[in-house]
Design a protein around this ligand. Sequence first.
Ligand code: PMT
Length: 394
Amino acid sequence: MLSGKNILLGICGGIAAYKICFLIRKFKQNGANVQVVATPNALNFVTKLTLQTLSQNEVKVDEFEKIKNFSPEHISFADSSDIFVIAPATANTISKIANGICDNLLTSVACAFTKPMIFAPAMNTNMWKNSAVQKNIQTLKNKGFRFCDPESGFLACGYNGQGRLCDVEKIFNKVVETLKNGSKLKGKKIVVTAGGTREKIDSVRFLSNYSSGKMGIAIADTAYNQGAEVVLISTVKTSKPYKVVNVDSALEMKDAVEKEFSDSNCLIMAAAVADYRAKEIAEQKIKKTDEDEITLTFVKNPDILKEICTKKGLEQIVIGFCAESQNLIENAKEKILAKGCNFLVANDISRKDTGFSSDYNEVLILDKNGNINKLEKTLKTEIAKEILKVLYCD
Ligand code: PMT
């Protein structure tokens, strides 16, 4: 299952380190080359000799060991490995990596690593619940790193609660799945828009909508995890391991989309773009007057999706979204024709449990030939996987 794959295995100083011996065995039995990088504290729990014998490779700990070919090890490991698994990942190492600290070989490799990384944390339950640790885990998750969360049960420290390293079988399966999916969109450039545009009214006010960017970001993360070169054009500020272009207004989004689309394979417009913008943006805050009413004039924004569809090459795929509060199917059928996109993902935005701001969505995927595929309510991350399937060659 893992033949030809180079797995870099980072082991930190926690009692669960002994369980990683079984993980190394499983990787080896399935044909992988395993290179262990251990923190100095990891060797308090498991010996170098054990890890070396199981992995059949020299175990690396020290960042400043003799450099054989002028290629620093933290860079050469990052370049030559297909995946970096950190198990057990301690609170200390997780927090250092989340904050870009490189004070040993393992954290330096993590900082230089650009391919998929999986963390399998294990620690005392109070350490797991600690708000600083949770914040650092969230930072890493937001950046697209994968986690095999710890399980609940009896811990070596005598506590009962969440913190126990998850089953090594689960870590193994996650590695297999990640490596399998990691190349589905290899070689493809995918541009995704996310969030609601902000149309300025004056120096302190704007017109916008409830889009959180979650749908677009889920698509961008999934495409990245499947090996695509991703450009996310977003009104929501976010830090990712792929390119993010921050925009505010529809006009700014249009410029960014046009710039990135020309050499891309696919554009996915999940952003909620305002149809209108203020005709004039007041330089200063508009003052309250004695009048009971105020009139603002809005002008139409360009339709980014529609315009891009008139320019797209035959091989390029454009996927639009469709947000409706009534007559979803009828409006979606009309919209796919009016916009000219290859696919349209339609969602009902009148619902509170899906659509805007929710972690969930329920959608219809329409194609040009009138076929409709309904995806029942599920996490936006799952919807993203289904949407991207239309891009697979096989
Ligand atoms: O961000 P979330 O909180 O996760 O919410 C997700 C979502 C509800 C915003 C998302 O699922 C969604 O429906 N996005 C499209 C919102 C929208 O603008 O729909 P629309 O039916 O008004 O527009 C149709 C398509 O044209 C969309 O792809 C839109 O990006 C595009 N458009 C619209 C107007 C415009 N001036 N230019 C455009 O390109």
